[in-house]
Each structure stands twice: as C-alpha cells, then as structure tokens.
Ligand binder design. Structure first.
Ligand code: SF4
Ligand code: SF4
Length: 425
C-alpha cells in the first residue's frame, strides 16, 4: 500500500500552541454533540501525533475517534497555526488499515466500489423496490413504522431512484444546442448515476443549452473519495489513473462534475499522483481543468433563463464544495438568475449536515444530532425548497425532513436552473 501525500504533523512549538488554543472546538460538529476532548479536532491532533509515530496501540477507541470525524474541514479552516486535524484523522485511518486491515472494507473498496457494473447490480433490489411500486405500498400501509429507527431513516434518505442507472442511458456525446462554443467532459459520479440520475440528466441539458458539446465517458470509475476516507490511497491512485486516461482520450477542454464530493477528489488527483513520474504531469493537468458545474457556468457565463420557478428557496453549502473547493458564491449566483425564485439565506449554511457520506450508517446517533441543528435552521427560513450540490448532503437532508414531516423539497441547484429553462416553453 502506498503512503498518503505528505501530512504535516505539528512540530513541538505548534503543538504547544495547540494545547493552549481550542479555537476549533466551537466549529467542530462531533465535539459540539459529544463535548468530549477526544472527539474534538485538538484531541484528534494529540492522538494522531502519537499514532502516526507508532506510539499508540490501535484500540477500538482510537478507531472510533478517527472515524467519528466528519471530515468537514471546519477545523482546518479556522486553525491559526495551520494544523489540519481533518487530514491527520484520515492519515490515522490509513495507518489503521495498513496495520489491521478490516476484511469487509477490503471487499467493499476493492471488489465493489471501483466496478460500475457490480455497483449497478448491488443496487438493483433498491430500484425494484421503488419502481415496482413496493415503496408506495409500504408508505400507504404505514409499514415503515415497523422498521427499526436506523433502517427507517436510511430508507427515508433514498431519493426517487431511476429505472435504469443514468450511465446506461446518457449518450456518450450530447451535442450543443445551437452553435458549439465549448467541448467539455462530464464526470458522472456513482451516486449521481445510481441515485440522482434526473439531476445529472439536468446538468447535461443545461450545459448543452449553454453551447457545450458534452462527452460523458460511460466507463468512469468511482472518484476515489470513499477509498480515501478509509485510508486506501493506493486504490484512489488506481481509480485516478483510469479516469484521467478516459478524459485525456476524450480530448475535452474542462471536466465538469455536479457532485461536490467527486469534484473535491478529482481536483486532488494531481496531488495524489505527484510522485509518480509517469502520471504526475497528466494528473496535474487533469485536476487543473476540473470544475464544479456551478463554477463552470459562472465562468462561461450562462444564459439567463426566460422561464420562472416560483418558490422560496434556501441553500446548504456542502463541505466538499465550500471548504474543499472554495465554491460558494457561484451556486448562489446561479440561483439569483432565476426569476420568481425567492432566495433566503440559510443560517449557518456551512455547518456540516452530519452526512460525511456514511455517518448515518456508521455513527447513527451523532449523525442525527448534527442534523438536528441543520433542520432547526432550515425550519427558520420557511423555505419550500433546499438546494445543495452534494448527493450525501441531499440524502441526509431528506432524512431530517421526513423525520419531521416537513414539506420541503431537496434538489441540486442545477435542477432549478433546468426547470427555469424548461418552463420557457
Ligand atoms: S485551532 Fe488548531 S491550534 Fe487551535 S486547538 Fe484547534 S487544531 Fe489546535
Ligand atoms: S473535520 Fe470537522 S468533524 Fe473532523 S475534527 Fe475537524 S471540525 Fe471536527
């Protein structure tokens, strides 16, 4: 297994400052719900400092503290001495997986996630459950209440699934409407293809509408974020090489994604492969040209829709978009172009929603406690729609909304833009 990119461990003087500081405690969701020092960024720094030097036994409690981090990066942003607790937690997971690999994770991250066809097969029962009307029946008969709480919440987080994964439906080449001004590649992420197909179909329509010829390579693999979260950089590097090769062959100007998590990972391929002489240049070039769809549309810039969307809308900043990519103005600008849309800012819009990809499954209680704060803020806006460009956040928000029986629709900002264009007719 390869090593992680150079993680800067705090030196003695930075660490002494850290012990006396505590600034990050106020912004850390896992600390705010547990109020335990070990679950704070500062606590994780202290553990990782020893752990990375091999001075700590890999106990279940150590695993818990490292995997309990939401990787929201709020601590990285606020730290006055430049320590990156979120990165240190990931580095510790890497050490743990190297020394005591977990068998089921090995199967999941090597045998399933990098293989689109296997992922499609694995999620087939869910598509059948929804598309054969079984879900409707379960809800009509109130049977969800018979499920244990966690299973009920996981069921609630599911969006309306497509009949077929978008990867099997979307053409490789979508021509530009009107004159072709740009040739872009579209990175169709796993969650978008399997769960949020309508959103990515909307992304391609909007790009096409704005003069883009869109190439969607159907054989892309997972961006690598799940494997990275479990400390398997070697797998991320393999997936990165596969994806870079596909887009270089496609000969596109930019690579667009509508998934905040994919975007934050694709933009790091250059970093992950910087020590590989065969791939370093290609990876750096690839990452330099990756754009979140809202970022890209702000650059070209997009055509203002003539149609309308009548709704009170708010916006949740995904950590992987706002903190990892510094993209937060663009989605708001995009929404401001839609006539009829009444935008209201969400208080603490950049506070983590508690998803972190899989925390609702692995850290159910903490994940819901973090979500509570988001839901209270959402309720205060009176919004009928909440937009967010990350599938993990969308599923988490869906859970909170269904738990509280709120009447709020969760969408990707691009969906609203697409609706505005389509309402022109
Ligand atoms: S903000 Fe930085 S220096 Fe301060 S406690 Fe947190 S990690 Fe340590
Ligand atoms: S990344 Fe987020 S959850 Fe993890 S230690 Fe930092 S602030 Fe806390």
């Amino acid at each position: 297994m390869n090593s992680l990119p150079d993680i800067e461990k705090p030196d003695e003087s930075a660490y002494l400052n850290c012990i006396r500081c505590g600034l990050c405690l106020a912004v850390c969701p896992s600390y705010q719900v547990s109020l335990k020092e070990a679950a704070s960024p500062r606590g994780r720094v202290a553990l990782a400092r020893k752990g990375l030097d091999g001075e700590l036994e890999l106990t279940p409690n150590l695993y818990e503290q490292m995997y309990g981090c939401f990787a929201c990066m709020a601590c990285n942003d606020i730290c006055p001495v430049g320590i990156k607790p979120a990165e240190l937690s990931i580095a510790m997971r890497h050490v743990q997986e190297q020394q005591k690999p977990t068998e089921w994770k090995k199967t999941l991250f090597e045998g399933l996630i990098p293989h689109p066809w296997r992922m499609e097969l694995a999620t087939l029962p869910l598509r059948l459950y929804q598309n054969l009307g079984i879900r409707r029946l379960v809800y009509a008969l109130g049977l969800t209440h018979l499920l244990p709480g966690q299973l009920r919440d996981m069921e609630a987080m599911l969006p309306r699934l497509p009949q077929r994964p978008l990867r099997q439906v979307l053409p490789v080449l979508t021509p530009a409407q009107g004159k072709t001004k740009h040739r872009v590649g579209f990175f169709l992420g796993c969650a978008q293809s399997l769960l949020f197909a309508e959103e990515s179909a909307a992304t391609v329509r909007v790009l096409s509408r704005n003069g883009c010829e869109v190439i969607t390579p159907p054989d892309v693999q997972c961006c690598g974020m799940p494997a990275l979260g479990y400390g398997r950089l070697d797998l991320v590097q393999e997936q990165a090489k596969h994806n870079i090769r596909l887009f270089i062959e496609a000969d596109v100007d930019e690579i667009i994604t509508d998934c905040a998590t994919c975007g934050s990972t694709l933009k790091e391929y250059g970093e992950y492969l910087k020590d590989d002489p065969e791939w370093a240049d290609r990876a750096a070039y690839f990452s330099k040209n990756v754009r979140d769809v809202s970022e890209y549309l702000a650059e070209i810039p997009l055509e203002k829709p003539k149609g309308r969307v009548e709704a009170r809308v708010t916006y949740h900043d995904p950590c992987h978009l706002r903190r990892a990519q510094k993209v937060w103005k663009q989605p708001r600008e995009l929404l401001s172009l839609i006539d009829g849309l009444d935008f209201v800012e969400l208080p603490e819009s950049d506070w983590c929603c508690g998803s972190a990809g899989s925390q609702l499954i692995t850290h159910y209680k903490t994940s819901l406690e973090v979500l509570d704060r988001k839901m209270e803020n959402l309720a205060s806006t009176g919004a009928e729609v909440i937009a967010s460009g990350c599938p993990g956040c969308q599923m988490q928000l869906n859970t909170g909304i269904q738990q509280r029986k709120m009447k709020v629709r969760v969408v990707h900002p691009i969906t609203l833009l697409d609706e505005a264009y389509r309402s022109e007719k």
